[in-house]
Design a protein around this ligand. Structure first.
Ligand SMILES: [Zn+2]
Length: 161
């Protein structure tokens, strides 16, 4: 049976345009490969989906850990009113106040240093920069904060914590 490609199916496309409904990017669910683990240990070389935030522990310094390894967290919000696509480096107030009502989230963690989630470069969560006071984030002005956020790299994060 041949499935219809709804992206090129004209009647549906016409309705979508009329509704002004945005085209949602396809979501790729990546299967885990065994190389992410050595003797059951998460190596963090790729993205790993976790069931909930309870899987993570908060380090004394406020960063997020999984199996005693620091991780970056990306929350994919599948609802109509999604959260901005950023990754979290700490237990910021957005995580603590995450409103799960009517929302469908997927949680991915990684310890990769390239800052990419599924090949996409994401920005760092500014609430996390505030929470961790990363590079003196809370003690500088708006311009300085923008600079710190723009210059943030996963590599420097893993190196400096
Ligand atoms: Zn955050």
């Amino acid at each position: 049976m041949q499935l219809i490609n709804f992206l090129t199916f004209k009647p549906l496309e016409a309705v979508r345009r009329e509704m002004k409904a945005p085209l949602v990017k396809p979501i790729f669910i990546h299967k885990l490969k065994s190389r992410y683990y050595t003797n059951g240990q998460f190596l963090g070389e790729e993205e790993l989906e976790i069931d909930s935030l309870d899987t993570l522990k908060i380090h004394l310094d406020g960063t997020l850990t999984y199996n005693d390894k620091r991780v970056l967290l990306y929350i994919v919000d599948l609802s109509d009113d999604p959260l901005p696509p950023v990754f979290h480096i700490g237990s910021c107030h957005l995580l603590q106040e995450l409103n799960t009502r009517g929302k469908i989230f997927k949680y991915y963690i990684t310890s990769k240093e390239d800052g990419l989630f599924f090949g996409e470069p994401l920005g760092v969560c500014k609430e996390c920069l505030t929470f961790l006071n990363w590079s003196g984030y809370t003690q500088t002005n708006k311009r300085g904060q923008e600079k710190i956020a723009a210059n943030f790299t996963s590599r420097s994060f893993f190196k400096n914590i």
